[in-house]
Design a protein around this ligand. Sequence first.
Ligand SMILES: Cc1cc2nc3c(=O)[nH]c(=O)nc-3n(C[C@H](O)[C@H](O)[C@H](O)COP(=O)(O)OP(=O)(O)OC[C@H]3O[C@@H](n4cnc5c(N)ncnc54)[C@H](O)[C@@H]3O)c2cc1C
Length: 566
Amino acid sequence: MPYRSPVGEFRFILDQVVPLAPVAATERFAEATGDTVDAILTEAARMCDEVLAPLQRVGDLHPARLENGVLRSSPGFAEGYAAIAEGGWVGLAGPQEFGGMGLPQALNMAVNDMMSGACLALQLNPLLTQGQIEALEHHASDELKALYLPKLISGEWSGTMNLTEPQAGSDVGAVRSKAEPNGDGTYAVTGQKIFISWGDSDVTANVCHLVLARLPDAAPGTRGISLFMVPKYIPDANGAPGVANSLKVVSLEHKMGLHGSPTCVMAFEGATGWMVGGEAKGMAAMFTMMNNARLAVGVQGIGVAEAAYQKALDYAVDRKQMGAIIDHADVRRMLTGMKADIFASRSIALACAVALDMGRATGEPEWQARAALLTPIAKAFGTDVGMAVSETGVQIHGGMGFVEETGAAQFYRDVRVTAIYEGTNGIQAMDLVARKMMDGGEAAFRLLQEVEDAANAARAARPELADLAEHVWTAAETLREATEWLVRQDVQDRFAGAVPYLRAFARVLGGHFHLKAALAEAEAGPRTALARIYVTRLLPQFAAALDEAKQGAAGLYALSAEDLAA
Ligand SMILES: Cc1cc2nc3c(=O)[nH]c(=O)nc-3n(C[C@H](O)[C@H](O)[C@H](O)COP(=O)(O)OP(=O)(O)OC[C@H]3O[C@@H](n4cnc5c(N)ncnc54)[C@H](O)[C@@H]3O)c2cc1C
């Protein structure tokens, strides 16, 4: 069976587990009523299932190509993109004054999840545009906003992010691209960028690059970086794409997956650019785009996990080996674990989106801190789940999983990059234990208190959930103690345990949300059974992860680089 968007799952989570109701109760998001949510989810799902899902395999078999410097995207992608733009999905959360729907990120992320499951390579295009819309909304001049936002929001033009250079990957501060003032308020941008997703496109009329570069005499490191809007075609007096700018795609990367998304080496040769966010304020402006994209990339992992799970489930029902393989205990173990992890990661991502929405609607710092805390967890855990679930999907297919025709392997190949781009998952974990703990762990403690209170409430409300509630409470308490320890460590010791700490945090939050799902049932049903799978089989991993997180850095350096080579 082809991909089916999990509309009912979003309805359930946004009703019962991570309620959207408080968001819809704010003035800013008053339009996000139950009817609107239903209509959006149903309509987006129809497009994903009918238009985007058939393109998934086409993009893999017929990658984007560069022909005499002209980009040709995969067959059918132009029509698929047109459906996304016409549906208004690029601007779902975009500002209404520029043509967006102004709806909550929580709803936007639900739609992104479905689009990612249907066709990841194409979905990466609107994902980047959405991030750019947010960066311009917050940091661009009124003139730039008026010129670019309506076109980006309608999907006529697309947006990219240009950070990476050969010597500047995770170390963005090493960016060397230059921007010289032209004397008329514009800048001449020169430099090479690598790995630029959708760096050119024949599915939109213009491609708008947000480029990190340095002004002459800029300070070294991230402090000296500015941000520029550098369009492929310079808009004319009427705002239509005019003369071609001095930039080109030099080549496309050959990748292990995500073939339908052109990954470009870009050359900017004195290209005309407009500054966004002020001199040397480029990183702050780019961070707006990156934070949006980090959550959205976590959601990509979850969307792919959903699609890989559906395919594996269909196969397990059909395939007979001493009976249908779905009836074998080990296959059940794999399928239930996949489903439990998808639910956990999806709830975490939506909780992050709800916190973002509440932060924006109320301006309350506690919501903003909650969103900031959850962003690296949602990104890294969502993409870890994407990788693990698609890998298990291959296993469930047996030998057929290793054979490309089934499509199981494509999910695995495509999703692999989500743990790498938008800041590797290692960088996300370091962000969690350093920047996000600069409050001494306050935001983390507040969240863990809610987890413990909810576990106590569950125990009181439903005695048959008492054992599950006990597990979740104990895990949260252990994580709270580990966090108290963590914030007292020096940064090197924190970094040495950052990835396992993040994983432990995600595991505990997953337990919390599964417990809420179980509570939503009047009596023990499938949600409770799934919660039991998660809490008894997957949640216990938090303890081993925390043990590892507390080992510190010294032991890692007890083996020298020479020892590692011996
Ligand atoms: C398909 C694809 C699409 C992409 N799209 C874009 C795009 O649209 N725009 C864009 O600007 N970039 C894009 N990128 C680039 C991507 O964001 C980078 O690859 C990523 O940030 C990692 O940088 P790097 O590849 O240089 O790896 P490196 O930074 O060299 O990292 C290598 C390893 O070292 C680790 N590491 C590095 N520094 C540290 C540190 N300080 N502490 C601990 N560990 C560290 C990393 O976690 C990683 O495991 C894309 C990449 C790919 C593959």
